[in-house]
Design a protein around this ligand. Structure first.
Ligand code: GTP
Ligand code: MG
Length: 308
């Protein structure tokens, strides 16, 4: 992987681009931040570090005047793009054509400049209560087919997202990361299979700053409890880090979260950096977890080593 990445997030105004980025950024209490969002003026730049990569995200305000501006200055905005995240508001059927034209405009620029930019199209505002809606599912299928047919040479991934379904946003990240390295997919699959082996409710890998590298949850964890759980895990993480910094002897690896649910944290070192593996598990499974955990660590370390 290159050590600097430019991600363009684009789509019409009101599609939900800034909301998605805000949800990613502030996984806690993000509804509060989203309620305060205003239309993006021109472009908002975000910079984050992830596993030693500098990730630059360009949130391209989608109002017509800005779309015109980008169209007339494509080199300024679209050169050196490593990934295009294109957001389509599936509730805004009247503007599907406009949105497809805008997408075409960007992809044509990539083609003309021989840029091999992977594309993720997200059908957004697919809120939990709309999942069974035949009309909406029909629209999504039609859009997917027409984009797929029109751009046979592009590497395209499709995804349905909603800010009311945090898991869909998490999947979007893992999709985006997998574009840069398949190993992110492997990691996610490994967590999925160990979730069953260890019989736990969640498995998460954090870096030292509490940034999530990969995560997986049992089906029964819905979006609401996700936020509560992450909050308690992060509290545990910071407590453990403090204790280690102060060389406190007691064992803070286990802490109880609610009723009989335990949070377990395990520190691993990879490529000279520290990571934490978090497990949420029923108290009754604790012994069995400790028994099987070393195999898990070995498998995680294998994949993480290739990512570093
Ligand atoms: N129902 C629903 N509404 C959403 C979702 N995501 C965003 N919204 C709403 O859509 C509106 C527009 O969201 P923004 O994130 O500001 O849209 P944007 O694409 O950044 O718009 P511009 O900055 O003008 O390009 C806000 O009122 C959000 O609350 C979603 O998943 N479901
Ligand atoms: Mg915006």
């Amino acid at each position: 992987m290159d050590d600097s990445i430019k991600i363009i997030i684009s789509g019409l105004d009101y599609a939900g681009k800034t909301s998605i980025l805000t949800a990613l950024d502030k996984k806690f209490d993000f509804s509060k931040y989203i309620a305060e969002l205003k239309p993006t003026i021109k472009v908002e730049y975000h910079k984050t570090s992830f596993l030693g990569l500098q990730v630059y995200t360009w949130d391209m305000g989608g109002q017509e005047k800005y779309r015109e501006l980008y169209k007339n200055n494509q080199d300024v905005y679209f050169a050196d793009t490593n990934l295009l995240l294109y957001i389509i508001d599936i509730l805004d059927e009247n503007r599907f054509e406009t949105s497809l034209d805008y997408l075409d405009n960007i992809l044509t620029y990539f083609k003309e400049n021989d840029m091999d930019v992977p594309l993720i199209v997200s059908f957004h505002k697919f809120d939990p209560e709309k999942r069974g809606d035949e009309v909406i599912n029909g629209r999504i299928n039609k859009l997917r087919e027409s984009i797929f047919d029109k751009y046979p040479t592009f590497k395209i991934l499709f995804q349905q997202t909603s800010i009311f379904d945090i898991i869909s946003i998490i999947q979007l990240i893992s999709y985006a990361l997998s574009v840069f390295d398949d190993k992110f997919f492997d990691l996610s699959h490994l967590l999925e299979s160990y979730l069953k082996t260890l019989n736990c409710s969640s498995l998460i890998i954090f870096d030292e700053n509490g940034i999530i590298i990969s995560e997986f949850y049992a089906d029964e964890i819905g979006p609401d409890s996700y936020i509560v759980l992450l909050e308690s895990i992060k509290e545990h993480l910071y407590l453990l880090k403090r204790m280690q910094e102060e060389r406190y002897e007691s064992n803070y690896n286990f802490t109880s979260i609610e009723n009989s649910l335990l949070s377990y944290l395990h520190k691993i070192e990879i490529g000279g950096e520290s990571f934490y593996i978090s497990v949420l598990i029923e108290e009754s499974e604790k012994e069995s977890l400790l028994h099987k955990f070393s195999d898990f660590i070995i498998d995680v370390s294998k994949i993480m080593n290739t990512l570093m």
